[in-house]
Design a protein around this ligand. Sequence first.
Ligand SMILES: Cc1cc2nc3c(=O)[nH]c(=O)nc-3n(C[C@H](O)[C@H](O)[C@H](O)COP(=O)(O)O)c2cc1C
Length: 199
Amino acid sequence: MTEKKVKHLVVGMTGASGAPIGIELLQAMKHFPDWETHLVISEGARLTIEQETECSLEEVAALATRCYRLGDVGARIASGTFKTQGMVIVPCSMKTLAGVATGYSDNLVLRAADVVIKERRKLVLVARESPLSPLHLQNMQKAADLGALILPPVLTFYNHPASIQDMTRHIVGKILDVFDLEMPNFRRWDGGSVEQSKG
Ligand SMILES: Cc1cc2nc3c(=O)[nH]c(=O)nc-3n(C[C@H](O)[C@H](O)[C@H](O)COP(=O)(O)O)c2cc1C
């Protein structure tokens, strides 16, 4: 009997607003039993998790298959020899974006992202700030040039969200799409119900 091959997704949570999106992603990943999640939580994210959610750090950590200390730059996800399908930084602060864009890998979130870039794997940055300064935009451009996908947590209205959770889940659905995973009940645009006039 052949064993099912386990796939690995690295998840970094950093201190931009949007901790519930990271949590929703970790919960959604539980629908995919052949995937394992490897979580790192930054100091900034500790604050936003406290401010923005009802979850304790321990509860968030327990959603992942493994959770690593931020300073543990010797963890398996700090090496390219540990094969992963890629990484999502969700939410991604402007500070972490700057670190990714410049290769300044002084913590495990940044080192894991650096590894994903050097190994040419998928890197999704759910970068959040508003408004965006020229420096933020330059760093986004740099990261995009390195192969990262910039996926800001912007609002979507065409799917008629009834709640913040609906909006959060829609963003997570877009993240999962990058890894060819289908978010349960993800509402895709189907062309709309309004027929175009034939005039
Ligand atoms: C409640 C709260 C919300 C924040 N929101 C943002 C944000 O949306 N974007 C951002 O870039 N920084 C935001 N910050 C600031 C970052 O947390 C801060 O720059 C931190 O040093 C980022 O470090 P990290 O990337 O290592 O987590 C926020 C901080 C707090 C406490």
